[in-house]
Structure formats: structure tokens, C-alpha cells
Design a protein around this ligand. Structure first.
Ligand SMILES: [Zn+2]
Length: 361
């Protein structure tokens, strides 16, 4: 899932995302809650219609962003008090409020409000945090069950622009993922438990007991060594049902997403391809390329000779280097398009590998 924090994958328009083959993207509840605000999005018919995107969307719960505001937040049993990073205004996010906001935004998949346990955390702290996440998951589930009918879209929506009558159908036959759309959203649970395999197992089993249509592994990529991430992911996966989506949050490099997908992870999101692109760091079949380097100033070759994206078919490394060095807007656009294509191609290769009979464990 490419990350479209504010209802936009930075620098890339929706028609290009469609051409790239993006089937689902992630938007951030925290950011949309602050700007433009959930009521605006709801009145526009939900995020799909607002941003004119009829493919799938997932929103996170806002928890991860709020927990990243170290000095601006306070956690209690009820929820999290925090101050906006934009203007310092005070807010209070609870499991119920996180559900209300995500129902208003109207993504297809919404996430339970969890506490992302900090790293490192001692055993007692990791358990307390996991227990809090489980209590919050139950509250999310209860609120969602009572209010899921309040999603702002129905089976057909008018186009995002009022002068056009085109309908945006949200029905089973139009679904790119081949999953029948219910007339509401899917709420996924999140496994926590710090870096303790035993706590992760307990968190997985007790979250499954609550009953969700999909499960995420959260609380990773928070500063722990890469081998620890891998061990926790692989051990947690064993406890999650393989016939339901298994979503690994906030990972990773092209090598990592291929490795985790082969191990049975179905969904991942990461800002890396888009954020790195904006800093001139490009992923290619020959490894990473830092396009700002002077060595590319007169390099006529394609960024990645093995890549068939619209950027690699048309522009030289020399031109891309020039755009970046000149701080041209087009540099960020083209770099992002290539990196997204590279990530999506990586996932297409994994799908082909699975279809060829290499069963994911
Ligand atoms: Zn390319």
C-alpha cells in the first residue's frame, strides 16, 4: 500500500496511481482529522469521493502518529490526550472516537485504536501496554458494531466533481481485489506485545477471540534491530489465521516486503518508496541509486534498465539528476513514480511466485 497521508500520494495524481496498478492505498487518520477535518470529508461523501479514488483505501487508527508525539501526549485508560503538531490545539482520542472518525472518512479497511509499545520496554510495561490494547480493541469492536451503518457512502456515489454525473460504483463486480464489498467497512485488529514472542502469541490469540475479518502486526519498526523485527513477524504470523488478511504495519525495504510476503504477509504499508524518492533515493534492480550524485551528471542510461515504468522508458539518469539538483518539482514526481512502480513490480513478482505453486507458509 503506497502511503497517501493527507488523501494524496505526494506528487502523484490518482490517474497515474491507477496506471501504476495501485489497488489500495493508506491514508492517515491523525492527519486527516486535523486537516481538512472529518466533517468536511464526510460531507464530501467520504474519502473515496473526496479524493476521486474508487479503488480500496485503508486508514490507520491515528494511534501510531499520536504515540509519535512524545512530548505532546498523555495516555490514560480512557484514551490519549495530545496536542496538534500544526497549531498546538488540544485533542482527546479514544477507541470510540478513532472509530467514529474512521467511519466518517469511510475507508474500506479501518484499524483498531492501539497503543504502540515503545522500544525498549521491560516485561511489565510490554504486558500492561498489550492489555490496554486488548481492552481498547474490544471497545473499538463494540463501537464499530453499533455504528458501522453510518459510513458516508452507499453502493453508488456520484463523481467527486458535481458537474459530472458519472457514478463511482462500490459494488462486488467492480472490486479490483476480488473481495465482495459489504455495504460497510472492515475493522482489523492489531497484535501488540513488544519484542516478546510469548506476549505476541497471547496478543494474537486474544485478539482473534474478539473476532476481526483481518489482523495486523503492529508495534514494529520502532527502533529495534532488523533481526528482531523479522523474528517477531515470523513467530506472530504462525498464530494468525492464514485464510484472513495478515497485515504487517510500517515495513519495509523491497527485500523485506518480498521476504515477508513469501512468508505469508498479505498487506504492508511503508513511506519508504515515496519518502526516499523525494530525497533522491531510488530503488532499482541493480540496488539503490542516489540520483543527486555528480557521477550521473552525464549518464545517458535509464535509471533502471530493467524497469518498464514511464520514467525509465523516457528519461536519462542525467536528466533526473539535473531535475533533482535544480530542485525542480518534477524530480519528486518522477522519482516517486519510479519507486512506486519498483515496489509494485516487486509484489507482482511475489504473486507470480506464489501462483507458480510456491505456497506461502
Ligand atoms: Zn522505473
Amino acid at each position: 500500500m503506497p502511503v497517501g497521508t493527507l488523501g494524496s500520494v505526494k506528487g502523484v495524481s490518482q490517474d497515474v496511481l491507477e496506471e501504476l496498478g495501485v489497488e489500495i492505498l493508506l491514508s492517515n487518520t491523525y492527519h486527516l482529522f486535523l486537516r481538512p477535518g472529518v466533517e468536511t470529508v464526510r460531507r464530501m461523501g467520504g474519502l473515496h469521493r473526496f479524493m476521486s479514488w474508487d479503488r480500496a483505501i485503508l486508514t490507520d487508527s491515528g494511534g501510531f502518529q499520536v504515540f509519535s508525539l512524545n512530548d505532546l501526549r498523555k495516555v490514560t485508560e480512557e484514551g490519549v490526550a495530545f496536542r496538534s503538531h500544526l497549531d498546538g490545539s488540544p485533542h482527546f482520542l479514544t477507541p470510540e472516537k478513532a472509530m467514529e472518525i474512521q467511519i466518517g472518512l469511510g475507508a474500506d479497511i479501518i484499524m483498531a485504536f492501539d497503543e504502540c509499545t515503545e522500544y525498549p520496554a521491560d516485561a511489565a510495561r510490554a504486558r500492561d501496554s498489550m492489555e490496554l490494547t486488548l481492552r481498547w480493541a474490544a471497545r473499538c469492536r463494540n463501537y464499530f458494531d453499533e455504528h458501522k451503518g453510518e459510513v458516508p457512502w452507499s453502493s453508488c456515489q456520484p463523481s467527486a466533481v458535481s458537474r459530472q454525473g458519472k457514478q463511482v460504483p462500490r459494488s462486488a463486480q467492480d472490486d479490483n481485489l476480488g473481495v465482495a464489498h459489504a455495504q460497510t467497512q472492515s475493522l482489523f485488529g492489531i497484535v501488540q506485545g513488544g519484542m516478546d514472542a510469548g506476549l505476541r502469541r497471547e496478543s494474537a490469540l486474544r485478539t482473534i477471540d474478539l473476532g476481526f475479518p483481518g489482523y495486523a502486526i503492529g508495534g514494529l519498526s520502532v527502533g529495534e534491530p532488523r533481526e528482531v523485527t523479522r523474528d517477531i513477524v515470523l513467530s506472530t504470523l504462525e498464530h494468525l489465521p492464514s485464510d484472513q488478511p495478515r497485515y504487517l504495519m510500517g515495513v519495509g525495504t523491497p527485500e523485506e516486503i518480498a521476504q515477508y510476503a513469501r512468508a505469508g504477509v498479505d498487506m504492508m504499508d511503508c513511506v519508504l518508496p515515496t519518502r526516499a524518492a523525494r530525497h533522491g533515493l531510488l530503488f532499482t534492480s541493480e540496488g539503490k541509486v542516489s540520483i543527486k550524485q555528480a557521477r550521473y551528471a552525464q549518464d545517458e542510461s535509464a535509471l533502471d534498465p530493467a524497469c518498464e515504468c514511464r520514467v525509465c522508458l523516457r528519461y536519462s539518469r542525467a536528466y533526473l539528476r539535473h531535475l533533482y539538483a535544480s530542485n525542480e518539482l518534477l524530480a519528486q514526481v518522477l522519482n516517486t513514480v519510479h519507486n512506486l512502480h519498483f515496489y509494485l513490480a516487486t509484489m507482482r513478482a511475489v504473486r507470480a511466485w506464489i501462483r507458480a505453486g510456491h505456497a506461502a507458509s
